[in-house]
Design a protein around this ligand. Structure first.
Ligand SMILES: Nc1ncnc2c1ncn2[C@@H]1O[C@H](COP(=O)(O)OP(=O)(O)OP(=O)(O)O)[C@@H](O)[C@H]1O
Length: 833
């Protein structure tokens, strides 16, 4: 094959037999002859000599090399540009910026990190020493023996001591074997070393057997390797040692996994013991901190487990820590657990040192409770409870009504009246219940109930306060009557039961009286005192007789609600309240300290949610109450009342609703002379009778205006007091006499109550409600079913004389009247009928 020279520039490629090479830049590297390329080094046509062929190959290789270099440089340039632009893009991206920030932060923190690592290393050595000491001294076994001795467990102590002895024997035996083997190994190695040394001293390596020379060569190589790699090996071992020490001395407080990985799907609901321990370790409670610092681990008497819409755990706290202390740091605990305060409930368990913790799933408490279960269908049985709301665990609460009294409170507009209404609606759907309602202000909250109410007064005027006070007096009288009726029943039952309530003629049906804004009543300048006194007596004793008082107030202070009421109500409900005083006023003293706090409820945000005590067996419940609207043109209350009325009519009773609206005007309540005199004494030791008279007429002009000395003397004589002569011969009333009379009267009242209780036998105590039961729309054991069994078709008592129950005037209705059945005329009945 002949190579043909092509025309073209010096770098123009030339094609040789299908291959191409680039021309040499000199144009002619072959001495003026055309450049040659060899195809596979085979001589072709025109190849003059092997030298020329070699030259041609060299030229070809040079050309190829240059071409490759030029190409590579071009490529490298492009690649470099691409890499640089990619790096720039990454550098400027948000991720890059974040990475730079993190790196800068870590660099800034490096000194602190190094110090921390150094501390870990130091502490690691300390822990190793501790472990070694424990191992040498059998510390763990000795601790077991000590614990057994303290516990008085001789068997366990003996076992621990035997274990120490056996362990010591085994350890010495093991040590003997190890020493023995090490000795033998050392002797063998020593003998071998001496023999090798002697041999090397006597013989030249060239004279040795080849295998022996091989041994010496291997040894030499080993020595050379160790002398080179030895320092590095030492360094690696030292580093390993330090890393191990730092690891041993690391911080052992448990970590919050989801804080490290906040993108976990279940971060909202996942709470485990590690997280709880970690959260508790950072509350700033000194004994708890020390406990964790010393490597303590908390004992979970109930491990963290799913409980309704949250997680519950029970923890035995270490020495020096009480549940109250943890409850006091609730907001820190909530923050440490990544929850709102409202979602975190640390409370006292069975003992002060036991913490009951319930943590809601994130955000679940924000939802509403849903529709009231009896909204469209069904009846209720107040002896079983009425649906009130959902617990924090998402279960329906059947709130108790019989055997209890309620005090509902909270800041304005947080859901008190609505909650009261829900309870009353539940009661209204029990056909045997008689309902009374008093609203101490201009609020139409209970207007739709009117057809179902036996007594209803609403307004801010004195007449309503008077009617409410009269109602309380009537209830008290009714209570006495019921006590007598119960006492006459076979077996003298201690309290009203469903069966007794259904018995016609006895008049023992449930009677529920609601007073909204009750502080207005108890603070009323004329009727307040009397109303308070009556309410206290009712609350103390009425529960046995099926008489239930439901009180709602914005202001649960000691000035607005008598102490004895807050002390004696069994069901306390607190919507959002401002402070500890209001909290404990509603829920009972000590509740705030124990972590049961309605102060955590946010005003408006948590409207409709309350903290309740006494409504279930639990220490407290966080309740999202059911809401049956009656506002802004929405009225879901009236249909329920209409249904209740239809049920009553279907049961064969006629209810004259027109009669309900005309509630009888109440009789004026007789003032309490002794209490009024005590009040106008104004804390002075003695007050002249003339001054007392003047003050009395200012205090209650309606009653005392026109009172003379004779009236005053008579009133005093009723209570065994005589005005005494003071200095100057003027007559005065002495504070000590009044106080003694008050004490005498209180004593009598207590004795009467005790007698009354004995007459009726001992009650079984309050009945808490139930949880977790969604009432069936038509309860299996509805009162109606029971009533069918009693064959009369009536619920409660039929009162032939309706004058005795003005609320029922002109009609006979389910539930009957509640006024005395024994011939005593109720004061309020005078104008009726
Ligand atoms: N359980 C609930 N769920 C949702 N909203 C509710 C609930 N209870 C009450 N509300 C809302 O709160 C408003 C105020 O309720 P309510 O009248 O019962 O409060 P209150 O505490 O009685 O107020 P006040 O002290 O002024 O009488 C209602 O009109 C209603 O919109």
């Amino acid at each position: 094959m002949t190579a043909r020279k092509e025309h073209g520039g010096p770098l123009e490629p030339k094609v040789y037999d299908g291959e191409f090479v680039e021309a040499d830049q000199s144009g002619d590297q072959s001495g003026g002859r055309p450049g040659l390329a060899v195809n596979g080094g085979v001589h072709g046509d025109g190849v003059e000599s092997p030298r020329a062929a070699v030259r041609a190959v060299v030229v070809a290789l040079r050309v190829l090399g240059r071409w490759a270099v030029n190409g590579a440089v071009g490529l490298t340039g492009r690649a470099t540009r691409r890499v640089v632009s990619a790096v720039r893009r990454v550098w400027r991206s948000p991720a890059g910026q974040q990475a730079r920030t993190v790196v800068a932060y870590r660099v800034r923190k490096a000194p602190a990190d190094l110090a921390r690592l150094a501390w870990f290393t130091l502490r690691g050595h300390g822990r190793w020493l501790g472990k070694a000491w424990t191992w040498f001294t059998y510390g763990d076994l000795r601790a077991d023996a000590r614990a057994a001795r303290i516990a008085g467990d001789r068997e366990a102590r003996r076992e621990a001591q035997e274990a120490i002895r056996a362990d010591a024997r085994a350890r010495w035996a093991r040590l003997g074997i190890v020493l023995h083997r090490s000795g033998i190994t050392a002797v063998v190695v020593l003998v071998l070393a001496v023999v090798l040394w002697l041999t090397a001293a006597v013989l030249d390596r060239s004279q040795m057997w080849p295998w022996l020379a091989g041994v010496y060569d291997t040894l030499d190589a080993l020595v050379a390797f160790v002398s080179v790699a030895g320092p590095w090996l030492l360094l690696a071992m030292l580093t390993g040692w330090l890393v191990a020490a730092a690891f041993e001395g690391r911080d052992r407080t448990p970590g919050v996994g989801w804080l490290v990985r906040p993108d976990r799907d279940d971060a909202g609901s996942w709470v485990d013991e590690r997280m709880i321990s970690r959260a508790l370790a950072h509350l700033g409670i000194t004994p708890l901190n020390k406990f964790f610092k010393d490597g303590g681990e908390l004992v979970y008497t109930v491990p963290a487990r799913k409980d309704g819409d949250g997680t519950a755990a029970q923890i035995r706290l270490p020495l020096g820590v009480t549940a109250d202390m943890v409850a006091g740091r609730r907001s820190q605990l909530a923050a440490n657990l990544g929850r709102a305060s409202l979602e975190t409930w640390p409370t006292k368990g069975e003992e002060d040192g036991v913490l009951d913790l319930w943590v809601a799933d994130k955000g679940v408490l924000r939802g509403s409770a849903g529709d009231w279960p009896l909204l469209h269908d069904g009846q209720s049985d107040v002896f079983e409870g009425v649906p009130f709301g959902l617990t924090q665990r998402g279960l329906v609460i059947n709130a108790p009504l019989i055997g209890v009294n309620w005090l509902v409170g909270g800041r304005p507009g947080q859901g008190k009246s609505s909650a009261l209404r829900t309870l009353m609606l539940g009661a209204a759907l029990d056909l045997t219940v008689e309902l009374w309602a008093f609203v101490m202000g201009e609020s139409p909250d209970f207007d739709p109930f009117q057809p179902r109410l036996a007594r209803y007064r609403m307004g801010a005027d004195d007449a309503v306060a008077e009617a409410a006070t009269q109602a309380l007096a009537d209830l008290l009288e009714e209570m006495e009557r019921r006590g007598r009726v119960l006492g006459e029943q076979p077996g003298r039952p201690p309290k009203v039961s469903r069966k007794l309530a259904d018995k016609p003629g006895l008049g023992l049906h449930p009677l529920v009286c609601a007073i909204d804004e009750c502080h207005e009543l108890f603070q009323h300048h004329r009727f307040g005192k009397k109303a308070a006194e009556l309410a206290v007596r009712l609350i103390r004793r009425g529960r046995k007789y099926g008489i239930v008082l439901l009180l709602a107030t914005q202001s649960p202070t000691k000035d607005s609600i008598p102490r004895e009421i807050t002390r004696n109500v069994s069901c306390g409900v607190a919507f959002s309240v401002a402070d500890q005083v209001a909290n404990d006023g509603l829920l009972g003293s000590g509740k705030y300290a124990a972590g049961i706090r309605a102060t955590e409820l946010r005003i408006n945000t948590d409207r409709g949610t309350c903290v309740a005590v006494g409504i279930t067996d639990e220490t407290f419940e966080l309740v999202r109450t059911f809401y049956v609207p009656f506002e802004d043109g929405t009225d879901d209350v009236s249909p329920v009342i209409a249904r209740a009325m239809a049920l009553i009519e279907d049961a064969g009773h006629s209810v004259a609703s027109s009669a309900r609206a005309a509630i009888e005007p109440a009789q004026p309540v007789a003032p309490d002379h002794l209490a009024d005199i005590a009040e106008v004494m104004q804390g002075e030791r003695r007050v002249r009778t003339q001054v007392v008279l003047t003050r009395l007429s200012t205090h209650n002009p309606d009653h005392y205006e026109g009172w003379t000395f004779r009236d005053l003397t008579a009133a005093l004589a009723d209570h065994g007091i005589t005005a005494r002569k003071a200095h100057g011969g003027v007559k005065a009333i002495y504070a000590e006499d009044v106080a003694a009379a008050l004490a005498r009267r209180a004593q009598h009242a207590h004795r009467d109550e005790a007698d009354g209780s004995d007459a009726a036998g001992d009650a079984d105590g309050d009945q808490p409600g139930t949880r977790g039961v969604l009432p069936a729309p038509s309860p299996d054991q509805s009162p109606w079913t029971d009533q069918q069994e009693h064959a009369t078709g009536t619920t409660g008592t039929h009162h032939p004389d309706n004058r005795r129950n003005p609320g029922n005037s002109g009609s006979s209705r389910g539930g009957g009247g509640s006024l005395p059945d024994d011939g005593t005329e109720m004061p309020g009945a005078a104008d009726d009928g």
